[in-house]
Write a protein that binds this ligand. Structure first.
Ligand SMILES: *[C@@H]1O[C@H](CO)[C@@H](O)[C@H](O)[C@H]1NC(C)=O
Ligand SMILES: *[C@@H]1O[C@H](CO)[C@@H](O)[C@H](O)[C@H]1NC(C)=O
Ligand SMILES: *[C@@H]1O[C@H](CO)[C@@H](O)[C@H](O)[C@H]1NC(C)=O
Length: 367
């Protein structure tokens, strides 16, 4: 064939491809408009035209700077991490790289599961020995402590080349584009940005009787000398460290990891945390180290307490749909028996190819 003929053939092929894409997008747009019909039941995140392509399994070309996300994967909840990561990937075209921290015993299982997905990831093995002397010696308490919850304290160790990174708990679902969260600006001198517990949207889900869990007094024992000496105000609004954006350059400069370790060791000796501490044991040292020294993330990027009550959580379906990130902190997990909004979680779930992880559902037959 001559060069001219080849050019003509290429042009024709391009034109056909363009028409196909146009046609598909119009169809998708049509679906999209239908979804906006007020009669239809709102269930889950709005599907944008380009997302239907993502859902249908088309390969998304991810370019640009990497967005590092750190997440942990304990053996009994590998399904949580996989589902959270899938929700992030399907809702963004960003070049996300998941850094999954897990225990040695879970590596093979996790690798098998991830081989069924297209999630770009690195697996990092956490050695619990690093926590020796930093968590209580009381054997009963120690059994209750899950070593991976402390992985977030060691972010710069796991991500030595990153300047900025996101940490997420495994019991979240992301409905927005993760790039938006990553673009949260941190004030000069701040090593991290969190969502405060007094934000109107997050306190909406608070349960009565959960104690004073939106200020420092709910997490720290202000009768202890070591805490008193810090001069912190007990009624300062606390924040939830289950979702944060970090500047790891600042983190290293301020030795945040050593500061956190200092308070862990101190607590192991003197019990500095509140007796009624209901939430994560990682919260109190973070509250001390970041006292009045952190930036804020958009509250819609951390809508939480979905696991505080079972089905019947007081958030409206519309509010949950508008949330960019949902967090099932609390007792009732979305893969468990009775949890609110577990249908949203189910949408992003990728079944375990080894069959070890199951969701527990009471009413599977009815659906
Ligand atoms: C990690 O697990 C593998 C088997 O999965 C085992 O062979 C290896 O010895 C373990 N390594 C450590 C440091 O425990
Ligand atoms: C992180 O902090 C360093 C040191 O303050 C600063 O130079 C840098 O611009 C910050 N990076 C981002 C992405 O905010
Ligand atoms: C952090 O640690 C280094 C080395 O241990 C020390 O030189 C530096 O002064 C510390 N910085 C702060 C802010 O504590």
């Amino acid at each position: 064939m001559t060069v001219r003929r080849v050019n003509v053939v290429i042009l024709v092929l391009l034109a056909i491809a363009f028409l196909i894409i146009l046609h598909r997008n119009l169809l998708n747009l049509n679906d999209f408009l239908k979804q906006e019909n007020p009669d239809s039941v709102p269930d889950g995140p709005m599907v944008l035209p380009f997302e239907t392509d993502l859902l249908s399994g088309h390969k998304v070309i991810r370019t640009g700077d990497e967005i590092p996300v750190l997440i942990t994967a304990p053996e009994e909840r590998l399904g949580a991490a996989v589902t959270a990561m899938n929700s992030i990937y399907r809702n963004s075209k960003a070049n996300v790289v998941f850094n999954i921290v897990t225990l040695n015993e879970s590596v093979v299982h996790l690798r098998t599961w991830l081989s069924k997905t297209d999630l770009k990831h690195k697996i990092i093995i956490f050695d619990p020995k690093i926590l020796a002397g930093k968590i209580s010696n009381d054997p009963q308490k120690e059994a209750a402590v899950k070593p991976l919850t402390f992985a977030r304290f060691y972010m710069p160790v796991f991500l030595p080349d990153a300047e900025k990174a996101i940490y997420l708990d495994d019991d979240v679902i992301v409905q927005g584009d993760i790039r938006e969260l990553f673009d949260t600006s941190l004030k000069f001198g701040h090593a991290a940005a969190f969502s405060e517990d007094c934000d109107s949207s997050s306190s909406k889900g608070m349960v009565r009787g959960a104690g004073n869990q939106n200020s420092y007094i709910g997490f720290l024992d202000f009768k202890k000398e070591a805490i008193k000496k810090l001069g912190m105000r007990a009624n300062t609004c606390s924040f939830n460290p289950g979702v944060f954006v970090a500047n790891l350059t600042e983190w290293k400069q301020q030795n945040i990891t050593s500061q956190l370790e200092f308070w862990m060791e101190h607590n192991a000796k003197e019990d500095l945390y509140s007796k009624t501490l209901a939430d994560s044991i990682t919260t109190p040292p973070m509250l001390i180290v970041f006292y009045k020294h952190h930036s804020n993330i958009d509250p819609m990027w951390h809508v939480r307490h979905l696991g505080a009550t079972g089905a019947g959580n007081r958030y409206s379906a519309q509010f949950v749909k508008a949330a960019k990130l949902l967090h099932w902190n609390g007792h009732y997990k979305p893969w468990g028996r009775t949890s609110s909004f577990s249908d949203i979680w189910d949408k992003w779930y990728i079944p375990d190819p080894t069959g070890k992880f199951h969701t527990i559902r009471r009413h599977t037959e009815e659906k």
